[in-house]
Structure formats: structure tokens, C-alpha cells
Design a protein around this ligand. Structure first.
Ligand code: ADP
Ligand code: MG
Length: 866
């Protein structure tokens, strides 16, 4: 039999490079041995024995000393365990005495000291024995054991460093950090360089030991915030006695998505730190969870390097248990504090939905807790800046939606990105609910949800199918114009970004929405493709793909649904489609729907909208200007009316003669009226008022009275005894100023009031036109009461609007202008002093014609016989 041999240097090399690649771990290993020795002594003497580890670090002397009050070693222990690689009393103690919390196992940790040491010295005295021993090794196979004086049971290990380059490892701060990092929770006090207080906390923040829940959760919180890299959104206590595991998990405040963020799951085994980024402890879906887990080494099997654990079925058990804890916690929170639950879900919306999609087992548990953006369900009258949505679970949505008996329950949703505006507004108006499934994973998840409901629910994609509850057909006859409008728009609108657009009209709520756009996936794709093709930076392979996409989308169309209930749409349907302005409005409707469906906003669309809007804005501006002009003209008229009234009130009498004609105003009397006007205005140079000439006053009676007041004489046509004429006649006859009244009639076989019988009439029979004019002129000139009026000296000659129009030969100016001019300058004399500025003012936008107008009138007047 031969003994296997090994090379000490080679072994240390192996340890240094593979197991203990970090030099500082030798401190961990020595502390751990001291800890185990104290635990073994405690097992003997009872829990009253606390024990103590004291560390002295002297970097300047290249010396590191670690003293424990543990069980110590006798000569046999030194030979059998300390000096035998791969063998230790710890392992035996675990088995034979069943001591809890021992850390050592492999019997190699002590060797780690030689990674940094040129020499190691161990002074020790076994508990219950008197003899002390000093063990020395200078970094090779040979060691010495000599008896020596040791005052108390326990062990002191002194490490003499190889040289200056090892010094850094044992700087006080470095040592302190190793203690805090690895051994903070060990239940043995550790003192450094004579500190009076231990520098390890010993107790895990979530360990109870007679503390209240609040204290625990506060401590836990402080510990996490102090030692973890990220921040805690919600802490989830972990107490799994059956798996020898405790600790705390938390929902991180850092948003994680698809493992882009470093995760932090810190693991302690037997209270000793193992590793810090071990996400395998948690189920894969738990991307938004970090934490601190403390397990026993019965649950997790460690590697010899003590920086990882073996993947075995125990790990699987632990993983499942931790995952369940998270789901259970969230479930409970959804009941006890729904508001906070929703906030958390929203914060991690994307990663939670991703987790649901990638991990069936998570979706199994979480499907009904997931929250979705839905509309409010009530019509919102005020727009608050942001589109108002409400988060609901799918089961909440289903609860609020109608459930037709014996059929699957319809669940409306849409997946068009950025289309929430229009669908939410419509659903609100219809007082129903719709689910926004347009964010990543959501469409998949909602379909999966439907699948799992096994026919109980039926998805309705409101952006792809037409929901008859939302869209109502046009009325066959009443809405022909709308149908025509839709057909016309289909033909004339050539969208910039896509191939074609189909326009249809339907009734849907809310009626404020003029139209809505629906895009198929292909049409959106087409738009994106066009965008890629127009970008010079698009690489060649992408360009090819875009071309392919364009080809595919060639036959797909956007759909524009006009809202038949919208007042503007209805008004538009009544306009003439040949009018280019009307076409602009059609484009405007299309544009605004695209804008409302933000997804379709491509740079090309933006450019087209910009141009179209400019046009509409320009039109609006024109309209404003025109309206202001009209307003000004109305004001002018009003001013003149007031001026006339003022003249009248001040008793200023016109200097020309005014005849008031009382006559029925029906069309059959128009030739008669015109003839009388011809005689009075052109032959006599007087003004003729007919009650309807100007509607200055609000009521007919006021109007009539105003004119009657001004008149010098009256002519009444009484053939038909027209009530208005009779009324006016009555008024004139009771006038105290005794103005002459001339009664006219076609014949005398009519019934007339007693009062008017037996008076003198001008019977003009069937006379018309020229004949009537001549007859009328002779009759009036012969009238004894009229004659003095006509012959009165100083009477000025009236210039009628008709004359002004004729003499200026400007037929195209509105009649209104001649009327205003005639009012301003009613007589020949008034025209002599007419001001060019005033004429300009009256001509308004035609003011450049003022001079010729004035000249021609003056010429016309001077050529007139007086
Ligand atoms: P392990 O700790 O895995 O058993 P080590 O190489 O660290 O292996 O230690 C070997 C053995 O040396 C231990 O099992 C223990 O019997 C003994 N030993 C080491 N350090 C001490 C100590 N401070 N007090 C008592 N015994 C010790
Ligand atoms: Mg050890």
C-alpha cells in the first residue's frame, strides 16, 4: 500500500485561484472556524455561554490575529483535524451532536490563510483540559506542535503576511467590511481592535425575539434601504419554517423589464453571507422582485467556495414557495388596500404583464389581478388635459358589462396603439366599457384570457370589427345625402401616407366626434413603410423589407367612419360638393380623425395636415374680415337711422316734399306702385314713401307711423279696402295737421266704409303704365290741396336712389348704397355741397369709385330740368 501524496504549494495555488479567488475570504474562513468552535462550546455549556471573537489587525506589522473563546483544540485535534486537509471536527460534530448553525463542512477553509500568509501560528487550549499547544506552519507540508502556556480555553490564530502587497487586505476598514458583509448576522459578538461593542449586528432585522410587527418592518426597511442598491416599493416578509428559510422580498422601485436591470437577491446560508445576485432563488417571472433570503444548509447545498449553491430539487421547492409568497401577498393587498395594490401594479405594469405572458404559471395565478386601462364608463363633459382612464381587472370589466343569456359574454377591446382617445370617448358616450390592450403583451394576454375562459367570454375587437351596439346604420331615405357625402369623400380623399380610404357614414356616440378612423394592421404597416422609404438613413435591407410591406398593404385601406349624428357632418352633406371650400372641410374632417388616432401620425401626414390647416385658417380669417365688414355696414345703417330720427325729433323738416303712399303691397300692386313713384319722384321731384320701403322700425306700426309723420301728403289706394290701407288711412285722417289725402280706386262699385263714401276719388280704371302716369299727374296737379304744395317757393328737388343709379351707370353697386346716398343727400341742393369723404365712407370697399360717382351725379343733376 502506498500513500497518496500532494504538493502543498500546488494545493494552495489551486485554492487561491479557484476557491478563494478573493484574498479577503481568509478572514471569513477564520471567523467561521471561531464561530463553529464557540457554537460547539455553547452546545456543551448551554445557551448562557455567549463566547466572543476578538480580531486584532496590525497591517504595519503585517500581522493579523483572531482570538476565540471556543472549544479549543488538543494535540490530537491539531493533528487530526487542523492539519488534515479535507477533514474537520465540525462535520463530525454536525453528525454526532446535531449542533445547529455550524458552518464548516469541507475541512479545507483553514488553508485559505496560506493564500496571504508566509507563516501561521495557532495557540490553543481544549475546553476541560489544562495543556496548551502552539501549532506553527510556514507555508508547506511541515508543521510543528509544541506545548505552551494558554491561560483560557479557546484558540488564537496569528497570520503573518507574505509581504507588503498583502497589507491592504487587513486594513481595519477592509476587515470591518468583511465582517459586515459576511458575518453580520452570526450569533457571536465580534470585536475589532479592542472595540467595546461588537461590530456585527447578530440579529436579522426580521427576527422576532419579542418585537412588534411594526418594529420588525421598520428595521427591515432600514436594513434594505441601507444595504441594497435599489429602493423598496413594497416589502414582502418571508417566513418559511418548513424550508428553514426567512428573510424579506420586496417589489423594487426600479423598473425592470426583460432583465435589463441588475437584480439583487442576497443569500445567507446558516446566517453567513453567500452571494448577492442570485436571481435563481426566485421564479423567472419575478423580475420586479428583489430581496434577502436566509436559509439553512439543509435546504440549499453550498459549493466548496461558499459563493454559490447546487441547483437541486430543494431549490425548486424554495423557488416555488417564494413565488407563491409574492402572489399571495399581492392577492391580500388587493383586498386590504386596493388603491396601493393598483399603484404597485401600474408601476410595474409592463414587467408584470411580460411575466404573465412568458410564464404560464404566473398568469394562472395572476390573470384576475392584472389591471387594464379602461374608459371611465360615463360621458365626460370636460377635457382635463389628459385622457381620463380607469384601471380595472378583466373580471371587474366583465361584471359591469351586459351578459346575454345563453351566449358568451362579449368583451370589447382594442389593440391599436394610441387610439385610446377615440375608443374611450365613444365607449363613454355609449355608457359601456372598452379595454385598451394596445401596450406590449396586452393583446396576447387578453386573447389568452379569452382562451382560458373556455367560451364563457368572447372578445370583440372594436378597432377591427364593427360593434352593432356602437355603430348604427343610416336611415334608408332620410340619410341619402349622408350616403352621398361618404361616397363622394371616398373618391376625393387621397390620403398622403396610405393607399386609399374608404368612407362610410354611421350613427355613433358621442355626436361631438365628427368621424373616426379605423386602421387595419396592414394599413398602419404601409404607413410605417413609406416613412422608412423616405428616410435616407434607412439601410438597404430595411428598405427592401419596407418595399415588401408597401406591396402587402397595397390593397388594405383605412376606414373613415363619419358620424351621421354630428351636426357639422349633416350640414356638410347638404352643401354643394363642387365648391372647393367644401372639399377642404372634408379633408379637415379626415385630418382631424387621423390626429385623434395618434398612431397614424407620420411625418408625411404632418406635412399634409400643416398645409390643409393653413388653408382652413386662411379661410377662417377671410370669414372674420367679411363678418367685420358686414357688421360695419349694419352699424352705418343704424347711425343713419338714428340721425334721421334725431332730425325728426328736433323738428327739422326735410326741404323737399314727401308723399306717403298707402297701398296693398301684394305683387299685383307693384306696377301701380312703380308708376306712382315715377310720377312723384321724377315728374314732381318729390319723395315717395311706401310703408315697406324701409324697415327701420321693429314693428310695422312703428314703421308706418315714422313715415307718416314725415309725409306732407297722402295717396291711398282703396279699391280692395285692404285692412292695412284702411288702418293707415284712419291714422292719417285723424291727424291734426290736416295734410291732404288723395283717394284712388279702379272703380266705384266696391264696398267702402260709410265714412269714405261720397268723397272725391281718382278713378283710374284699367289704366296702366304711361297712360296711368299721365292721368295721375294731371289729377294731382289739378288737386286744389296739392297744387300749393308743389308750387311753394324754396321747395328743393328730391333726388331718388333710382335716379342716382341710373345717372352713375353703376348698376353693379348694391341698391342699398343708392338708398343711403339718397338719404344723406336727398335733394339737388344737398348734392351741391356733398363731401367726397362721406361718399367714400358710404361706398365702403368700393370707395375708389367715390369720385366718378360724385361727378356723374353732379353732372346728371345739373342737366336736369327744374
Ligand atoms: P472546516 O471548518 O470545514 O471543518 P477548516 O479547514 O476550516 O475546515 O478547519 C478544519 C478543522 O480544524 C475544523 O473542523 C476544526 O476541527 C479545526 N479548527 C479550525 N479552527 C478552529 C478553531 N478556531 N477552534 C477549534 N477548532 C478549529
Ligand atoms: Mg472552516
Amino acid at each position: 500500500m502506498l500513500e497518496m501524496k500532494f504538493d502543498f504549494d500546488g494545493l494552495i495555488q489551486l485554492l487561491a485561484c479557484n476557491l478563494y479567488s478573493e484574498k479577503r475570504v481568509f478572514i471569513r474562513e477564520l471567523i467561521q472556524n471561531a464561530h463553529d468552535a464557540i457554537m460547539r462550546r455553547r452546545a456543551k455549556e448551554g445557551d448562557a455561554f455567549v463566547g466572543k471573537i476578538s480580531i486584532e489587525t496590525r497591517p504595519d506589522e503585517l500581522r493579523f490575529v483572531l482570538r476565540d473563546t471556543g472549544i479549543g483544540m488538543n494535540k490530537n485535534d491539531l493533528i487530526e483535524y487542523l492539519s488534515t486537509v479535507g477533514k474537520g471536527a465540525t462535520r463530525i460534530a454536525r453528525k454526532e451532536q446535531d449542533i445547529e448553525g455550524l458552518i464548516g463542512l469541507f475541512g479545507i477553509g483553514f488553508l485559505s490563510a496560506f493564500v496571504v500568509a508566509s507563516r501561521v501560528e495557532v495557540r490553543t487550549r481544549r475546553l476541560g483540559e489544562q495543556e496548551g499547544w502552539v501549532w506553527q506552519n510556514s507555508g508547506n507540508k511541515d508543521y510543528t506542535i509544541d506545548p505552551c502556556e494558554v491561560s483560557e480555553p479557546g484558540t488564537t490564530v496569528t497570520v503573518f503576511l507574505k509581504g507588503e502587497e498583502e497589507k491592504g487586505v487587513i486594513h481595519k476598514e477592509k476587515v470591518q467590511k468583511v465582517i459586515r458583509d459576511y458575518t453580520d448576522f452570526l450569533k457571536v459578538p465580534i470585536h475589532l481592535n479592542g472595540s467595546s461593542e461588537p461590530i456585527n449586528v447578530m440579529r436579522m432585522p426580521w427576527e422576532q425575539e419579542g418585537r412588534s410587527r411594526q418594529e420588525i418592518s421598520l428595521d427591515t426597511r432600514i436594513y434594505l434601504e441601507k444595504t441594497m442598491r435599489d429602493s423598496v416599493l413594497e416589502a414582502i416578509p418571508v417566513q418559511l419554517p418548513e424550508l428553514n428559510t426567512s428573510g424579506v422580498l420586496y417589489i423594487t422601485r426600479s423598473r425592470t423589464f426583460q432583465r435589463q436591470l441588475p437584480r439583487a437577491v442576497r443569500l445567507f446560508v446558516n446566517r453567513m453571507f453567500i452571494c448577492e445576485k442570485e436571481t435563481d432563488l426566485l421564479p423567472e417571472w419575478a423580475q420586479f422582485i428583489n430581496g434577502v433570503i436566509c436559509s439553512g444548509d439543509q435546504t440549499l447545498t453550498l459549493t466548496a467556495a461558499r459563493d454559490n449553491f447546487i441547483r437541486d430539487e430543494n431549490l425548486q421547492l424554495l423557488q416555488d414557495a417564494l413565488g407563491n409568497l409574492v402572489v399571495k401577498h399581492l392577492e391580500e393587498l388587493s383586498q386590504s388596500n386596493p388603491k396601493r395594490f393598483s399603484e404597485i401594479l401600474r408601476f410595474h405594469d409592463l414587467s408584470i404583464k411580460a411575466a404573465c405572458w412568458y410564464h404560464d404559471e404566473f398568469f394562472d395565478k395572476f390573470a384576475d389581478l392584472l389591471q387594464w386601462r379602461t374608459n371611465k364608463g360615463e360621458p365626460t363633459t370636460t377635457y382635463t388635459g389628459e385622457f381620463t382612464h380607469q384601471w380595472r381587472t378583466l373580471s371587474q370589466v366583465l361584471e359591469e358589462l351586459p351578459h346575454p343569456e345563453g351566449k358568451s359574454q362579449p368583451l370589447p377591446y382594442f389593440s391599436d396603439t394610441n387610439a385610446a382617445n377615440q375608443y374611450f370617448q365613444m365607449a363613454d358616450a355609449a355608457k359601456t366599457l372598452v379595454v385598451d390592450a394596445s401596450y406590449p403583451f396586452e393583446q396576447n394576454l387578453i386573447k389568452e384570457y379569452e382562451k382560458r375562459a373556455k367560451g364563457k367570454i368572447k372578445l370583440v375587437a372594436v378597432d377591427r370589427e364593427e360593434d352593432p351596439n356602437v355603430f348604427q346604420e343610416l336611415h334608408e331615405q332620410a340619410d341619402v345625402k349622408l350616403k352621398r357625402l361618404a361616397e363622394h369623400m371616398s373618391q376625393v380623399i387621397r390620403p398622403g401616407g396610405t393607399g386609399r380610404i374608404r368612407v362610410e357614414a354611421r350613427y355613433f356616440e358621442p355626436t361631438e366626434l365628427t368621424a373616426m378612423i379605423r386602421s387595419t394592421e396592414e394599413s398602419t404597416g404601409g404607413m410605417k413603410a413609406r416613412e422608412l422609404l423616405s428616410d435616407p438613413n434607412t439601410p438597404e435591407d430595411l428598405r427592401e423589407m419596407a418595399q415588401e410591406m408597401m406591396r402587402m398593404s397595397h390593397n388594405s385601406a383605412l376606414r373613415l367612419i363619419l358620424n351621421a349624428g354630428n351636426p357639422m357632418v349633416r350640414l356638410l352633406a347638404k352643401q354643394s360638393f363642387d365648391n372647393p371650400n367644401v372639399l377642404d372641410i372634408m379633408l379637415g374632417i379626415y385630418n382631424s380623425s387621423i390626429l385623434y388616432n395618434q398612431e397614424l401620425m407620420t411625418p408625411q401626414n404632418a406635412r399634409i395636415f400643416y398645409d390643409d390647416f393653413q388653408k382652413l385658417l386662411r379661410r377662417d380669417l377671410d370669414y372674420i374680415i367679411e363678418k367685420a365688414d358686414l357688421q360695419r355696414q349694419a352699424e352705418d345703417l343704424e347711425k343713419q337711422r338714428q340721425a334721421m330720427q334725431k332730425n325728426q325729433k328736433e323738428g327739422k323738416k326735410p326741404k323737399h316734399l314727401i308723399f306717403f303712399l298707402m297701398t296693398p303691397l301684394e305683387n299685383t300692386y307693384q306696377p301701380f306702385i312703380e308708376t306712382v313713384r315715377e310720377v312723384i319722384e321724377n315728374h314732381f321731384g318729390c319723395q315717395l314713401f311706401v310703408a315697406s320701403d324701409k324697415q327701420y322700425e321693429d314693428t310695422v306700426i312703428e314703421n308706418v307711423r315714422y313715415h307718416m309723420d314725415q309725409a306732407h301728403s297722402f295717396i291711398a289706394e282703396v279699391t280692395d279696402a285692404n285692412p292695412n290701407v284702411m288702418f293707415e288711412l284712419g291714422a292719417a285722417r285723424f291727424d291734426l295737421r290736416e295734410r291732404p289725402i288723395v283717394l284712388m280706386r279702379k272703380n266705384n262699385n266696391q264696398y267702402l266704409p260709410v265714412d269714405l263714401q261720397g268723397r272725391i276719388y281718382v278713378d283710374y280704371g284699367e289704366k296702366e303704365g304711361q297712360e296711368l302716369a299721365e292721368y295721375l299727374e294731371t289729377q294731382l296737379r289739378a288737386d286744389e290741396r296739392i297744387k300749393p304744395l308743389l308750387n311753394k317757393t324754396g321747395r328743393e328737388r328730391y333726388i331718388s336712389p333710382k335716379f342716382l343709379k341710373a345717372v352713375t351707370k353703376m348698376q353693379y353697386l348694391e341698391d342699398k348704397i343708392w338708398q343711403i346716398l339718397a338719404e344723406q343727400y336727398p335733394t339737388k341742393e344737398a348734392w351741391q355741397t356733398a363731401s367726397l369723404d362721406r361718399v367714400k365712407e358710404i361706398l365702403g370697399e368700393n370707395d375708389d369709385l367715390a369720385e366718378p360717382v360724385l361727378n356723374r351725379i353732379k353732372q346728371g343733376i345739373s342737366g336736369m330740368s327744374s
